[in-house]
Write a protein that binds this ligand. Structure first.
Ligand code: GLA
Length: 381
């Protein structure tokens, strides 16, 4: 991929730039907890975005998306926002840096990725982190890594329209080879957990259902959570986020919040606890409990948070039938992947069964990704 990027860069701009990369992420457990001030358990992966970049001495950005074979040219002021959605990520990162007092100059760039789009592996965070990291490095802006992650998150909020939490950008910037990280999304305190479950494989099965229309549904989930946190806060002022709430507190407001908001909050409060359970279990090497909580997350995401879909529920059912230790929808939902913790001895049988049953039911096979947990944003060349 790097060679193709370099060849295109040279063809378009007749020069050579620096090359930066940022990864996508997986998340073992802790879904839709990040914007509730809760805990998540992500890790960066060996797939992501790579970009070649060089300052061009103007105040314009010329960008080329190799995978789409599309170009865009735009300025750095608010009114210069490009139309192409991929270019808005780059523009948004520049604008967010400028808002923080950073001085951005024009540049030429070509980028490509191997993190599948819309598969719940955060291709967008990978793109944001690549440019935030690269510009900070090239222009010696002195922005710390926490702020780089927030720049990506604000890009989503202000230039893409997804009111996401911090998990994806954080994992993409802070990823560490071989380790997952427990991240407290309120304080941003984090702890790395070396993750090499002996005798197990961690595998993603992509339903190949795209979740492009999911942003309004995502924002609606976030609103529900904020409604309930506010209702609980009336009785318990210490509850800043749902992360601080208990099921008892939730039940106190059962009659004042909508049935739908209640279900959403019930899921989140239980999910925060599941992350804690998984941490404890991992410290003991107890993968049965890890897997049990993963199934719990799937059930909650499907029945209470309602962000699963027929295809993902089907993949989850097959996993259960095949005796897979843990399986659940990963990421925001509405399509994308399941993440599966599978004992090595049943791996082949599970994959075979998942492929044939899925194909029979939906007319096409799922995609399979074996995951290697890798480093975060970095300069390659
Ligand atoms: C998306 C968002 C994250 C997080 C997950 C769900 O990936 O970008 O902030 O909320 O969904 O856990």
């Amino acid at each position: 991929m790097i060679n193709q990027i370099r060849a295109k860069f040279n063809e378009l701009y007749k020069t050579e730039g620096s090359v930066y990369a940022s990864p996508g992420r997986i998340n073992l457990i802790g879904e839709h907890t990040d914007y509730n001030g809760g805990f998540v358990f992500p890790g960066a992966i060996d797939k992501g975005m790579i970009a070649e970049i060089k300052l061009n001495g103007t105040d314009k950005i010329r960008a080329f998306a190799l995978d789409l074979n599309e170009s865009a040219e735009f300025g750095l002021n608010e009114e210069d926002a490009p139309k192409a959605s991929w270019a808005r990520y780059i523009f948004g990162v520049c604008r967010e840096i400028i808002k923080r007092g950073g001085k951005i100059e024009g540049f030429d760039t070509v980028f490509a990725g191997d993190v599948p789009l819309g598969a719940g592996m955060s291709s967008s965070a990978a793109l944001e982190s690549t440019y935030a990291f690269a510009l900070n490095d090239m222009l010696s802006l002195g922005i710390d890594k926490f702020e780089l992650a927030k720049i990506g998150q604000s890009t989503e909020h202000n230039y893409v329209g997804v009111k996401c939490g911090i998990m994806d950008q954080f994992a993409s910037i802070f990823g560490k080879k071989g380790s997952l990280m427990l991240l407290d999304c309120r304080s941003l305190e984090h702890k790395y957990y070396p993750f090499d479950p002996k005798g197990y494989k961690l595998v993603l099965l992509d339903s190949v259902v795209k979740h492009e229309l999911a942003s309004s549904a995502y924002n609606k989930r976030r609103e529900s959570c904020e409604n309930v946190a506010k209702a609980i806060r009336a009785n318990h002022p210490e509850v800043e986020f749902l992360r601080d709430a208990t099921l008892d507190m939730l039940n106190e407001v059962k009659n004042t919040v909508s049935a739908e908001d209640y279900m959403r909050a019930e899921y989140v409060i239980e999910e925060v606890q599941r992350v804690m359970d998984v941490c404890e279990a991992l410290e003991k090497g107890d993968y049965e409990t890890v897997g049990d909580r993963m199934y719990g997350t799937h059930h909650g995401m499907s029945k209470l948070y309602e962000v699963s879909c027929e295809e993902l529920d089907f993949l989850n059912d097959i996993a259960k039938k095949c005796g897979v230790t843990g399986s659940r929808v990963m990421g925001g939902g509405f399509g994308g992947c399941t993440i599966n913790l599978v004992k090595e001895e049943i791996y082949d049988a599970f994959i075979k069964e998942a492929f044939s049953a899925y194909k029979e039911k939906f007319g096409h096979e799922p995609k399979l990704y074996n995951v290697i947990i890798s480093d975060g944003a970095r300069k390659l060349l």
